[in-house]
Design a protein around this ligand. Structure first.
Ligand code: GLU
Ligand code: ZN
Length: 464
C-alpha cells in the first residue's frame, strides 16, 4: 500500500517571507491538494536568538493571505504536532538515543578551536575541509579521559564509509554523493540543542512527510538527511529541489531583498491572486494559460512540469497578473487603498470610480489627491490646453450654478466648445490630468466647493 502524499513547508521565522519562500510554500500546498494528501506547516524556530513571535505571526498571516491552509500546523492539529520545532525537543532526543544505541552516532569532544585548526590544515593541503572523524574511533577510556578534562560533547552522525548516497530528485533527476566526501556531521550541539540537519530530518520522518519540496540551496543536505532517516528505521521522503528565483539583476532573491518580500508586495497593494498566478509560472510550466483562482490551482499543478533553470521574477509579469486579479476582485477588497484619503463614507464609491484606472495602492492614493486634495503644477501641455479654452470657458463653468456633469457640460457647450475642446479643459481643470476615470462619477464624488476652486485655478492658469 502506498501512503498518501504528505508535504510540508518548514520556514525558519528569521526574516520576512520573500517570493522564493512563498513559491515553495505554494507548490508544497498545491502538490498536497492535487493529490488529496496532507499539508503540514512546521515552524523551524529552534534558532531562538533570531526567531520571534511577531515574525511567526507575520508568516502565518502571509500564507493565509495567499489562500493556503494546512492540515497540521499552528491552529490546526492532524495529530503530528507540535508544529513548532522548539517544542519537539523530546522527539529529537529520542531519535538521538536511538541513533546512539544503533551505533549511528558518537560523541565528539573536539572544541571549536580544534575543529578550526583541522579545517585550516585541510585547506592548506587542498583537501575538502570535512571533519576527520577522529572522535569516531575513541574507546570508552578515551571518552572518559576527555570528559575528565571537562569537555562537553556534541553528537555526530557516523556516515557509512565508501558508499554512494543517491536519490532520484523529482526536479533535478538522479543525484549522488560519496559518503567519504561529506564527513560525519553534528546532529546535537555541545549545548544540547539539535542541529538543523538532524531536527529537520527527524521531524520530517516523525510527521510522516513523504515529499520534501524546498529550495536547491538544500541539495547538499539531502544525502545526510536521507541516511539519517534510514538509520532511524524510517523511509526517507522524496525530494524535489526547486531552482532559485532570480531578481531584476539576475541576482538570487534573498530575504533581505525587501522589494520582493511578501510584506512589501502586500503593502504596495498586490493582490493574492496576482502573486499566486505569477508564482504558479515561476519554474512551473504545467498550468493552462490565463488567470486561475488560488482555490482552482491544484488542478493546474504538475510536479513533472517543474523546470531546472533559475526562474526570473519579472515585475511586468506581476503587473499583468495584478491587472487580471483587479478585474475579478470586489470593490470592497480595495477599500483599504483609499481609507482615510476620501471624505467619510465615500470609500467604496471612490474605489468603484477609480478601479479601472489604478493598478496599485500608490495609484489610488494619487487619485485621491486629485479628487479630494490638491493638484500638482500643470505641465506645458496642460497649460496650452487651458489657454486654448480661455477664461470665458471657465467663467461659464463657474456660472453654471450646479456642479453635476450635465449642468457643467451644458454650460461649457454654451461657450461654443465641443468634443476634445470641451472635455480636455474640463478634465484638466478638475483632475490635473488628461487621462482618468469617467467624469460623471468623478464629479459626483468631488465636493462642489473644490470643483469651484479647481475652475478658478484653471481660469487663472488660462490667462497666463
Ligand atoms: N527551515 C529551513 C529553511 O527555511 C527548511 C528547509 C526545508 O524545507 O527543509 O530553509
Ligand atoms: Zn571530535
Amino acid at each position: 500500500m502506498t501512503s498518501p502524499l504528505a508535504s510540508r513547508f518548514a520556514p525558519s521565522p528569521t526574516g520576512s517571507l520573500h517570493l522564493g519562500n512563498l513559491r515553495t510554500a505554494l507548490y508544497a500546498w498545491l502538490v498536497a491538494r492535487r493529490a488529496g494528501g496532507r499539508f503540514v506547516l512546521r515552524i523551524e524556530d529552534t534558532d531562538r536568538m533570531r526567531s520571534d513571535e511577531a515574525k511567526i505571526a507575520e508568516l502565518i498571516e502571509d500564507l493565509t493571505w495567499l489562500g493556503l491552509d494546512w492540515d497540521g500546523g499552528p491552529g490546526q492539529d492532524d495529530g503530528t504536532g507540535p508544529y513548532r520545532q522548539s517544542e519537539r525537543a523530546a522527539s529529537h532526543e529520542a531519535a538521538f538515543g536511538k541513533l546512539l544505541a544503533g551505533g549511528h552516532a558518537y560523541p565528539c569532544y573536539c572544541t571549536e578551536e580544534e575543529l578550526e585548526a583541522e579545517r585550516q590544515s585541510a585547506l592548506r593541503q587542498k583537501r575538502p575541509p570535512r571533519y576527520s572523524g577522529r572522535c569516531a574511533v575513541l574507546d570508552a577510556a578515551g571518552r572518559a579521559a576527555r570528559e575528565a578534562e571537562g569537555r562537553r560533547a556534541s553528537l555526530r552522525f557516523r556516515l557509512p564509509p565508501g558508499q554512494r548516497l543517491a536519490w532520484d530528485d523529482l526536479v533535478r533527476g538522479p543525484q549522488s554523493f560519496r559518503s567519504d566526501d561529506l564527513g560525519d556531521f553534528v546532529i546535537r550541539r555541545a549545548d544540547g540543542s539539535a542541529a538543523f540537519l538532524s531536527s529537520n530530518a527527524i521531524d520530517d520522518a516523525a510527521m510522516g512527510i513523504t515529499l520534501v519540496l524546498r529550495g536547491e540551496d538544500h541539495v547538499a543536505n539531502t544525502p545526510r538527511q536521507r541516511v539519517l532517516i534510514e538509520a532511524l528505521g524510517a523511509t526517507p521522503p522524496q525530494y524535489a529541489h526547486l531552482p532559485l528565483l532570480v531578481g531584476p539583476q539576475h541576482a538570487p532573491l534573498s530575504k533581505r531583498d525587501g522589494a520582493m518580500s511578501v510584506r512589501s508586495l502586500r503593502e504596495r497593494g498586490y493582490l493574492p491572486g496576482a502573486v499566486a498566478n505569477l508564482l504558479l509560472r515561476l519554474g512551473h510550466s504545467g498550468a493552462e494559460d490565463g488567470y486561475h483562482e488560488v482555490a482552482a490551482m491544484p488542478a493546474q499543478f504538475d510536479l513533472k512540469a517543474l523546470g531546472h533553470a533559475p526562474a526570473h521574477v519579472d515585475e511586468l509579469q506581476l503587473n499583468h497578473w495584478q491587472h487580471e486579479a483587479l478585474l475579478r476582485c470586489e470593490d470592497a477588497a480595495l477599500v483599504d487603498w483609499v481609507r482615510g484619503k476620501t471624505p467619510a463614507g465615500l470609500e467604496l464609491a471612490t474605489v468603484a470610480t477609480l478601479r479601472k484606472n489604478i493598478l496599485l495602492k500608490a495609484d489610488a492614493e494619487r487619485w485621491c489627491g486629485r479628487l479630494y486634495g490638491s493638484l500638482e503644477d500643470p505641465d506645458a501641455e496642460a497649460r496650452s490646453v487651458l489657454a486654448a479654452a480661455g477664461p470665458a470657458f471657465f467663467d461659464a463653468l463657474l456660472a453654471a450654478g450646479a456642479c453635476d456633469y450635465d449642468a457643467l457640460v451644458t454650460a461649457a457647450k454654451g461657450t461654443g466648445a465641443k468634443g476634445k475642446g470641451l472635455f480636455q479643459p474640463l478634465r484638466l481643470a478638475l483632475t490635473g490630468t488628461l487621462e482618468g476615470p469617467e467624469l460623471r462619477p468623478v464629479l459626483a464624488l468631488m465636493p462642489p466647493e473644490l470643483i469651484r476652486t479647481r475652475f478658478e485655478r484653471a481660469r487663472a492658469l488660462s490667462t497666463v
